[in-house]
Design a protein around this ligand. Structure first.
Ligand SMILES: Nc1nc2c(c(=O)[nH]1)N[C@H]1C(S)=C(S)[C@@H](COP(=O)(O)O)O[C@H]1N2
Ligand SMILES: [Mo]
Length: 421
């Protein structure tokens, strides 16, 4: 597994955190629990440097991809891309009824009828209906996030309503371009209720055309991909070309075949990003990490350091009896960075106060939050460092959903050696 781009970017946010504190900020920080742990200046400096490198949004070029296709659809020559509708000028989205389980719709958007939704029509909708929000892209089978993005699109429901639906719709099936090879089909689905209505605090499912302020290129699933805020990556189908409204009551997701839990909401979890693997006795140990804020929010991140020997009792696999201590959650970044001009979030980003440009609450759902701590006074020896999240319901990782295939949230651990001086 290659190192997540978030690891590198994380390093920039923390550096900025300390650089931007300024005199007043620094004074406040000195009073914080994090600073109180660091009596020694060297420790503080080391932590400042560790926190310093953190970056909040992932640069588009650094997003990790999970992609299928032989060849990958966006690698076709431009003529072929035009022919198959994978350029903005030629893209067309069909929204039709399922012939096998008919949905009642009066005005299908179909290529055959010449009524399919094209780029121009989508951009026209975007003038009044565009929605923006922050979301971390994560594969349910990969522990490190693929990238933290600001996404923009038009709610899928706005386009579904264009088909004048009248009933017999229970699910929405949707498909990416698959080189016209049935074996390469990548599809996912949602209950119609989730598409038409957002429970309080939830974001709409989007026909997404922008990441970090720029139109999606082919690599990132453009011209248009689905974006499902509360779900893992496989629901966010790239190279979207077809939406089928169906009265069938079941899912047909490609990911169902891989033993994946296709109804899983994003889980709350945390990871360590950086810590020195080896220190000398007496040295303070700066640790930074990230939390992944799932459906149940995040109240805090905790860490725990214990000797490698003896092994932890097997009857406590989630280390519930360990001596967990609170790490410090870092505040929202002053500059969101990534590819955004001035590092600023655009107006109308969900969850961001229009007047101040700051988040109305923190951390934000389906996003990441950084955390940091400084370990001091550790005796020489070989240790294991672990972290866990506590969600807003007070439940510790990996509960309430500890099983694989519904999102990786195993407790993250890294070794740490403290050498005699
Ligand atoms: N058409 C298509 N869409 C797809 C995939 C794919 O292989 N083909 N992979 C999915 C999976 S499993 C994940 S985790 C996300 C990853 O999104 P990213 O490649 O933009 O990071 O895309 C999803 N959308
Ligand atoms: Mo995935």
């Amino acid at each position: 597994m290659p190192e997540s781009p978030l690891v590198a970017e994380h390093l920039a946010v923390t550096r900025r955190f300390f650089l931007q504190l300024g005199a007043a900020g620094l004074a406040a920080w000195q009073l914080s629990p994090l600073a109180a742990q660091a009596d020694d200046l060297a420790g503080k400096a080391a932590l400042a440097e560790a926190v310093a490198g953190l970056e909040y949004l992932t640069l588009r070029e650094k997003f990790q991809l999970v992609e299928r296709g032989e060849p990958l659809p966006y690698t076709h020559p431009i003529e072929k891309l035009r022919e198959v509708g994978l350029t903005q000028e030629t893209w067309q989205l069909e929204v039709v009824s399922d012939p096998d389980a008919k949905a009642q719709i009066e005005a299908p958007l179909s290529k055959e009828l010449g009524t399919a939704l094209n780029w121009q029509a989508l951009m026209k909708l975007a003038e009044t209906r565009a929605v923006r929000y922050l979301k971390v892209m994560t594969c349910n089978n990969i522990d490190t996030p693929l990238g933290m993005g600001l996404w923009e699109g038009v709610p899928l429901r706005d386009v579904i309503w264009l088909t004048k639906p009248t009933g017999d719709i229970r699910r929405v099936y949707y498909y990416g371009y698959h080189n016209d090879a049935p074996k390469q089909i990548f599809r996912s689905s949602l209950p119609i209720g989730r598409v038409l209505e957002d429970p309080p605090g939830e974001y709409p499912v989007l026909l997404c055309y922008k990441l970090n302020g720029e139109f999606l290129d082919g690599k990132r699933g453009g011209p248009v991909r689905m974006l499902v805020p509360d779900a893992y990556g496989f629901k966010s189908v790239k190279w979207l070309i077809r939406v089928v409204l169906t009265n069938a009551p079941f899912a047909n997701d490609t990911y169902a075949a891989g033993n994946n839990d296709i109804d899983s909401w994003m889980k709350t979890s945390s990871r360590i990003i950086a810590r020195p693997a080896k220190v000398s006795a007496g040295e303070s140990v700066p640790v930074t990490g990230l939390a992944h804020v799932g459906i149940s929010g995040l109240s805090k991140v905790q860490y725990c350091l214990f000797p490698q020997e003896p092994a932890w009792p097997a009857d406590d696999p989630w280390f519930t009896k360990a001596d967990w201590k609170d790490a410090q959650l870092l505040p929202p970044p002053e500059r969101w960075a990534g590819d955004l001009p001035d590092g600023k979030l655009p107006e109308g980003t969900i969850g961001i106060d229009a007047a101040t440009g700051r988040p109305k609450s923190w951390p934000l759902r389906y996003s990441i939050a950084h955390w940091a701590t400084l370990l001091t006074g550790i005796a020489p020896g070989k240790y294991t460092l672990r972290c866990r999240s506590i969600d807003a319901n007070g439940i510790a990782q990996p509960l309430p959903r500890p099983f694989a295939k519904s999102g990786g949230n195993a407790i993250h651990e890294l070794p740490l050696t403290v050498e005699e001086t």
